[in-house]
Design a protein around this ligand. Structure first.
Ligand code: PLP
Length: 222
């Protein structure tokens, strides 16, 4: 596992550097979030040993357990999955960032007077409301809610490119949504987009936060 993990991580880092250079951007603008869902805390520990600082998880309580098991490492934890309102308060206690903010009730549940997290508003790029993410029409409404919520610093927007569409075009849509967000929140410039199979296109469209799982970890255990 060790050597393979190291070489897959190196391959992705090279791919990121390559795409950044093609886009005329610096890799310093890019945060690599390694998605470790379904993998054990020991893998997170190995990744830390290879210089990984940011980790992504999509389910509570799996995320909570891994945060506890690796608390000595000082990692930055990103919650990237669809989040039920009744679990949000717990997630807000351990996550450093939540990328899947998509409705007003979730904003209220994540908001806190005692702990601050980074927030990304997720945009749904499909016609299927069950996929998570706000509809285009509701974008400004959610953004205003986050801006009014104590304990959430709006960093930007997040999206998953639909499987059946051209990723570059999908990411261009996200970039345009981000421009709308920045009219309300000039500092919320982050773009969380790009996964194992489309991070190059995401970087070319301005991604700042890449969420990459299998290209680094190998296939997820079932
Ligand atoms: C699993 C997941 C990823 C990583 O996907 P890979 O294809 O394994 O890179 C990124 N974002 C979200 C929201 C995910 O659930």
């Amino acid at each position: 596992m060790g050597a393979e993990l190291e070489s897959r991580l190196a391959g992705v880092r090279e791919g990121i550097a390559d795409a950044a250079s093609a886009a005329g951007r610096s890799v310093d603008e890019l945060t690599l979030i390694v998605v470790t869902k379904f993998h054990p805390a020991s893998l997170v520990r190995e990744l830390h040993g290879l210089g990984v600082t940011d980790v992504g998880e999509n389910r509570h309580p799996e995320a909570r357990d891994k945060v506890e098991a690796t608390a000595d490492l000082g990692l930055t934890w990103h919650f990237i999955g669809q989040l039920q309102t009744n679990k949000a308060k717990q997630v807000a206690r351990y996550a450093d960032a939540v990328h899947s903010i998509d409705r007003p009730e979730l904003v209220s549940a994540l908001s806190s007077e005692t702990r601050t997290i980074d927030g990304f508003v997720q945009i749904n790029l499909t016609a299927d409301a069950g996929r998570g993410g706000t509809s285009d029409a509701d974008l400004e409404v959610i953004v205003e809610r986050v801006l009014d919520a104590p304990g959430i610093v709006l960093r930007g927007v997040m999206a998953v490119a639909p499987l059946d569409a051209d990723p570059r075009a999908a990411f261009a849509t996200v970039r345009r949504a981000s421009e709308r967000v920045q009219k309300l929140a000039p500092n919320a410039q982050a773009l969380s987009m790009g996964m194992s199979h489309d991070y190059r296109e995401a970087i070319l469209e301005g991604a700042t936060h890449l969420r990459i799982g299998t290209a680094i970890t190998g296939n997820r255990p079932v």
